[in-house]
Design a protein. Structure first.
Ligand code: F6R
Length: 608
């Protein structure tokens, strides 16, 4: 989704604006632009496509100024053209915006009738004109307050005003925004990573807040215009978080970080003696266990929840419902009492997931909502009753890898924790499972040390148009996830299926051209999976088999066998992540796609 940066410094800001836009590239975008204010006039440059197009323009004709705003746009209203790229400008206001102004049509009609000329197809363009009109009629602070009161929808805004070169303006409702400061300047951004290496301290802006930054400090207000007081806090990311660390892609770097992420999770949540503690979700420790669990998420996070359903139902014997956030929020769900909502999200800003949380809190305030989230400063993390942080570190590759594994690991711990509280898991089994998770970190390292077998398996995809992934039990959602990873970054069609469901339709697809990835670890109904494998094999499919027992591989006569070390009921999916992610990565590299920023995708989907 779009990225916002604004800077006001004691030096020229063009390079800093561009550097920040670079660090936000991972969010997904299809055009970019900057505007700077110098000597009382706005100078701007915009370009469709990659940021390098804008950088080339600026190399030819650099801008200068100590205050400026920049934006990467992921098109919603209007195509990704120069005209539609931000910043949008009226005669005295330049502005960048994330989100959607839902009443833009009505505002545009009114402003046009009053003489404003619009050039773009965007919803955003109403904002500078509306502010301009308000500024003409009243004091600046009143003008901002009145403008914001008229807006429907979601926004994060950064703006500069021609007559005020010493003020950087901002406002937030529904789309993330933070401000930062260093000894040499102040900044506003939609993403902490944009500020990495630029500032020491940040302040997160809450919904309905707005204000201005000057080199002297910040003025922050609520919607009624009342001043808000808030502490600055240390910037949570380092400049090296935005680097590839010697890997050709962020995605590969993040796949390789997984053993360290798993160890970090175990160190954080498992105390000596095997006690599991979730410090920021005290209700889990204090209140009676729920009679029902509802887990809601999107995309990869949804797949993690689907795997956890098998774990939770098996041990807790309570019904667990899992749904996609965009469906759940519109289907009038029956929530009931003693229900725990678990919302899962890497970014914590996914609009549909956030809306489910808000709806749940509004309809059943007596129930608790737990967020499993990688960004503790995100809206989801802050609005839920409790948080289990995923501790994966910033995830920059658009295709989620380490955050998915982290979700699985945290969900495994949550299951073990609840099972112990429910008195349904003997201490001996609990410590065995914890030891299994510990061993998985080292086993992942072994898998990552030699990826040649995965590279060979990827060759099976050189001449195909699609693939099928099959699994059973907790590995059925992993088949969904393996297929999603492949389609996201290689643009090949792929489908994940429950292996037992294959005969009910998709078997018609099978021929010698179709790679079928069969996930067949010992833990989950191996014999049944093997008989499904024979069914596809009999029809000539190219089998890529993921196994943990060498004998399964030997007997299968597959085109390729990818072996993972043997895990237990909880650690097996964590190990299977590695070949599934690497396979998608290798296929995408072989096909030459843009692995870290696949077309049309955004890292954090902050609009519906
Ligand atoms: C897939 C992927 C997406 C996200 C989905 C939810 O690789 O990254 O499917 O999982 O957009 O995002 P979060 O987890 O941030 O809510």
């Amino acid at each position: 989704m779009c990225g916002i940066i604004g800077a006001l410094c004691d030096h020229d800001v063009q390079d800093e604006l561009l550097g920040s836009l670079r660090r936000m590239e991972y969010r997904g975008y299809d055009s970019a632009g900057v505007c700077m204010l110098n000597g009382g006039s706005f100078q701007q440059a915009k370009a469709p496509g990659k940021l390098s197009n804008l950088e080339r323009k600026l190399a030819d004709r650099p801008l200068s100024g100590r205050i400026g705003i920049g934006h990467t746009r992921w098109a919603t209203h209007g195509e990704p053209t120069i005209i539609n790229a931000h910043p949008h400008i009226s005669s005295s206001v330049a502005l960048v915006h994330n989100g959607i102004i839902e009443n833009h049509h009505e505002l545009r009609t009114r402003l046009s009738a009053q003489g404003c000329t619009f050039v773009s197809q965007t919803d955003t363009e109403v904002l500078p004109h509306l502010l301009e009109q308000k500024i003409r009629q009243q004091e600046l602070l009143d003008a901002w307050r009145e403008m914001l009161a008229e807006l429907e929808g979601a926004y994060a805004i950064a703006a500069i005003i021609r007559s005020l070169p010493g003020s950087l303006w901002f406002a937030r409702k529904g789309s993330p925004l933070l401000v930062g400061r260093s000894a040499h300047g102040v900044y506003v951004a939609s993403d902490a990573l944009a500020l990495a290496g630029l500032v020491d301290e940040v302040m997160y802006i809450d919904d309905h807040e707005w204000g201005r930054l000057t080199l002297e400090g910040i003025e922050l207000y609520d919607l009624s215009g009342k001043p808000v007081d808030r502490e600055w806090e240390p910037l949570p990311v380092a400049a090296h978080d935005a680097e590839k660390g010697g890997f050709p892609h962020y995605m590969l770097k993040e796949i390789h970080e997984q053993p360290a992420v798993l160890r970090r999770i175990l160190r954080q949540y498992v105390r000596e003696g095997g006690e599991i503690m979730f410090e920021h979700a005290s209700f889990l420790h204090e209140k009676p266990l729920p009679k029902r669990i509802v887990m809601v998420a999107c995309g990869t996070s949804y797949h993690a929840a689907l795997t956890a359903r098998y774990w939770l139902e098996r041990y807790l014997k309570v019904p667990v419902e899992v749904d996609i956030a965009s469906e759940y929020r519109y289907r009038d769900p029956v929530i009931g009492q003693s229900t725990l909502l678990v919302v899962l999200s890497q970014s914590g800003e996914t609009a549909d997931t956030l809306e489910v949380l808000r709806m749940f809190k509004q309809h059943t305030p007596e129930n608790d909502a737990l967020a499993l989230c990688n960004v503790p400063s995100s809206s989801l993390a802050r609005e839920a009753d409790g948080l289990i942080e995923l501790l994966a570190g910033p995830e920059i590759g658009v295709a989620s890898t380490k955050a998915y594994m982290a979700q699985l690991a945290v969900l495994a711990l949550l299951t073990l924790f609840m099972a112990r509280r429910a008195g349904v898991m003997p201490e001996g089994s609990l410590s065995e499972h914890l030891a299994g998770l510990e061993r998985a970190a080292a086993a992942m390292e072994g898998l990552l040390a030699d990826t040649s077998a995965v590279r060979r398996a990827a060759e099976q995809f050189a001449d195909v148009r699609g693939a099928l992934y099959l699994g059973r039990g907790p590995c059925y959602p992993m088949a969904l996830e393996g297929a999603l990873k492949l389609k996201e970054i290689s643009y090949l069609h792929a489908e994940g299926y429950a292996a037992g469901e294959m005969k009910h339709g998709p078997i018609a697809l099978i021929d010698g051209q179709l790679p079928v990835v069969v996930i067949a670890p010992r833990q989950y109904h191996l014999e049944k999976v093997i008989s499904n494998l024979h069914e596809v094999q009999a029809r000539g499919a190219r089998i890529i088999l993921i196994v943990d027992m060498p004998e399964t591989g030997r007997s299968a006569n597959a085109a390729c066998v990818l072996r993972v070390p043997e895990g237990d009921y909880f650690s097996t999916p964590l190990l299977v992540c590695i070949p599934l992610q690497l396979l998608a990565y290798e296929v995408a590299c072989m096909l030459g796609t843009d692995v870290d920023q696949p077309r049309n995708l955004a890292k954090s989907v902050t609009v519906e």
